[in-house]
Every structure is written in structure tokens, then in C-alpha cells.
Design a binder for this molecule. Structure first.
Ligand SMILES: Cc1cc2nc3c(=O)[nH]c(=O)nc-3n(C[C@H](O)[C@H](O)[C@H](O)COP(=O)(O)OP(=O)(O)OC[C@H]3O[C@@H](n4cnc5c(N)ncnc54)[C@H](O)[C@@H]3O)c2cc1C
Length: 306
């Protein structure tokens, strides 16, 4: 099947690709393959081939909100790395493909005097990931400037209105198996100097706030209504504590950092342990913002464990 993918679809195929190379936490086992389709046609062909072969697949953006387990993903990771076109119109209308880096887009919009996303300066990841996660910072959210989204569902591309995605706090509703390939945005005109100043201020704030002591995936838990996840975690005494190579940041209690030798299992165990402890101490059930995918590492035979 991977041979079919390589011979019938244009793009770049990496076999047995370690996924730690593609996630901001820098953990995770290999995928059977990572495929970067050359364009829309090759993306549809790839999905058709994979579905016909019953091969699982998932879409990777920038990997900045993703925990891949140590056993990796027994399927094909689709990476829209080649989907990088941006068109900025004169009326505040912008079209961007899903593989465009969010921060690069925000920078271009600010330079063009278009406001509405400047507070998202410095958020890692892609346009596709920002849509799916409804990325936000300060008073702005990605979903608020979206007009239409191009989706591949089954074998058909269609543009759907923003209302179809029911954007909420760090979430958008997307049917299973749908792939975001592009977005159309409507930005407002703004004073370029003010936009530039906001962009610079947010970047400088982030540089300090993100110096959390190691690779991370940003905030691990969603804020419960009316509460801050970091306050609950810090209040329960978790700052600086960890499991294996994973540690709750001393700087920001909702960030878990890879101290350099973490396994995905350490991070997942820490997430579950914090969740159980915060619930025990406060009665609040924290919900993970990060997406967890893949298989745990295969258990070693008993003879090897001694
Ligand atoms: C240091 C740091 C700071 C952060 N700060 C913020 C912040 O301030 N605000 C904020 O909102 N987030 C923040 N994040 C989290 C993260 O950057 C965002 O959630 C980001 O939008 C994820 O985009 P991504 O491309 O990396 O998505 P990924 O992590 O690659 O994927 C996230 C999910 O979206 C799916 N997906 C990705 N692309 C597509 C597509 N084209 N079609 C269908 N599904 C897709 C994936 O399968 C996965 O389920 C931060 C992360 C880090 C590491």
C-alpha cells in the first residue's frame, strides 16, 4: 500500500518516520509513513488509496498541540506542508491554505494593515491547526475572522460557511475524517503602526511567557468556566513536580515540559495524575486541550525487563 501511495500520488513519502521530529513536545514513536501530498489532487488520491486499503490516517499540522504516544501511529500521517498559498485581497479578504504557518500569516496581515489576528502573534502551528483548535490569545480567536473553510470530506472538496464549525473556546466542530485545506478570512482595516505595536508587544510577552524550561505544547488543560487551569494546578502543589522526564513548568503551571529525556508515557501519566489530583483536591474536572494520538510502546517481553 505504501508503494501504491509512492507511485500513484505525487508528493514526498517518508517511511517509518519518527513523529518526535514533528511535535513541539519532541516525543512520540514512528508512523508507518508520513506523506506530503503535492496538491489537492494528490491529497484526494492518497485518502482514497488509504481508505480503500483500510489504513488509518491522521492529519498533522505543526504538531504544537499534539501528544503522540511512544508506540507511534500505525498508519499514515498526512502533512499539508505543500499547501502554503496566501492571497491577500484589497477588501480585507484573505485566502490561506492549511499548511501556512499561523505566525507567518499574522505577520503578513499586520504588514498589510489588516487587523483581527495580531494578538495571536507567536502562536506556533499552521492555519489548519488554528482552525481546528480555534487558536486564540488576548481578546482574539481565529474563528472570529473566518468566513469560509475548504474541507475535503470523503472524496469531495467544498467551501463551507464559518457557522458550520460552531467555534467555541479552543474548539471547532469538524466531522470525523474531514481535512481542512484552506480558509477564507475577513479582516478589518487598522492603523498599521498600532497593529505593528500590538504584534511586537505580544511577541515580546510570549518570548518571556514561553521560556518555560523546555519543549512543550502550550497549555495542557482547558480553563474550566470561570477558572484558570494554571491556578488550580499550582494551588494543588504541582509546580515543579513531574513524572520521569516530564515536569510541570516552574514558570507556568499549565505547561508540561520535556526536560530532555521525557517519553510520551511520562507526559500522559503526568496529565492523568494531575487531573485526578486536582479533582480530588478541588472537585474540578480538568479537560485536556492537547490531542493525544497513537499507540503506547509495546510491552517488553518479561525476559528483557529484568
Ligand atoms: C509554546 C506554545 C504556545 C502556545 N500558545 C497558544 C496560545 O496562546 N493560544 C492557543 O490557542 N494555542 C496555543 N498553543 C497551542 C497550539 O499552538 C495551537 O493549538 C495551534 O493552533 C495548533 O496548530 P498545529 O498546526 O500545531 O496543530 P497540530 O498540533 O498539528 O494538530 C492539532 C489538531 O488539529 C488537527 N489538524 C491539524 N491540521 C488539520 C487540518 N488541516 N485538517 C484537519 N485536522 C487538522 C490534528 O489532527 C490535531 O487533532 C501553544 C503551543 C505551544 C507549543
Amino acid at each position: 500500500m505504501l508503494d501504491d501511495l509512492m507511485h500513484r500520488c505525487r508528493g514526498h513519502l517518508l517511511r517509518d518516520e519518527p513523529l518526535w521530529r514533528h511535535t513541539s513536545w519532541q516525543v512520540g514513536g514512528p508512523a508507518a509513513a508520513l506523506f506530503r501530498p503535492a496538491n489537492h489532487v494528490d491529497l484526494v488520491k492518497a485518502v482514497r488509496l488509504l481508505d480503500a486499503a483500510g489504513c488509518p490516517w491522521l492529519v498533522l499540522g505543526g504538531g504544537s498541540n499534539l501528544l503522540v504516544r511512544d508506540g507511534g501511529f500505525q498508519g499514515v500521517v498526512l502533512d499539508l506542508h505543500e499547501f502554503t498559498t496566501v492571497r491577500i485581497g484589497t477588501d480585507g479578504r484573505v485566502e490561506a491554505e492549511a499548511g501556512v504557518r499561523l505566525n507567518g500569516l499574522v505577520k503578513q496581515l499586520v504588514a498589510a494593515g489588516l487587523g483581527g489576528l495580531e494578538e495571536l502573534a507567536g502562536i506556533p502551528g499552521t492555519v489548519g491547526g488554528a482552525l481546528v483548535m480555534n487558536a486564540g490569545a488576548g481578546s482574539q480567536e481565529f474563528g472570529r475572522v473566518v468566513e469560509e473553510v475548504e474541507i475535503l470530506s470523503g472524496e469531495t472538496f467544498s467551501w463551507r460557511p464559518a457557522a458550520a464549525f460552531a467555534f467555541g473556546y479552543r474548539q471547532a466542530s469538524l466531522e470525523p475524517g474531514a481535512i481542512v485545506t484552506a480558509v477564507r478570512l475577513h479582516l478589518s482595516g487598522g492603523d498599521p503602526e498600532m497593529l505593528q505595536a500590538t504584534y511586537a508587544e505580544r511577541m515580546s510577552h510570549r518570548r518571556q511567557a514561553h521560556a518555560v524550561g523546555g519543549p512543550s505544547a502550550g497549555s495542557v488543560f482547558r480553563n474550566p468556566p470561570g477558572q484558570k487551569a494554571w491556578e488550580l494546578i499550582a494551588g494543588c502543589g504541582w509546580q515543579g513536580r513531574g513524572v520521569g522526564g516530564a515536569k510541570v513548568s516552574e514558570r507556568h503551571a499549565n505547561f508540561i515540559v520535556n526536560t530532555g529525556r521525557a517519553m510520551a508515557a511520562d507526559i500522559e501519566t503526568l496529565i492523568e495524575t494531575i487531573r485526578a489530583d486536582v479533582e480530588r483536591q478541588t472537585g474540578v474536572q480538568l479537560e485536556a486541550e492537547v490531542k493525544i494520538v497513537g499507540e503506547p510502546a509495546a510491552a517488553r517481553p518479561v525476559s528483557e525487563e529484568a
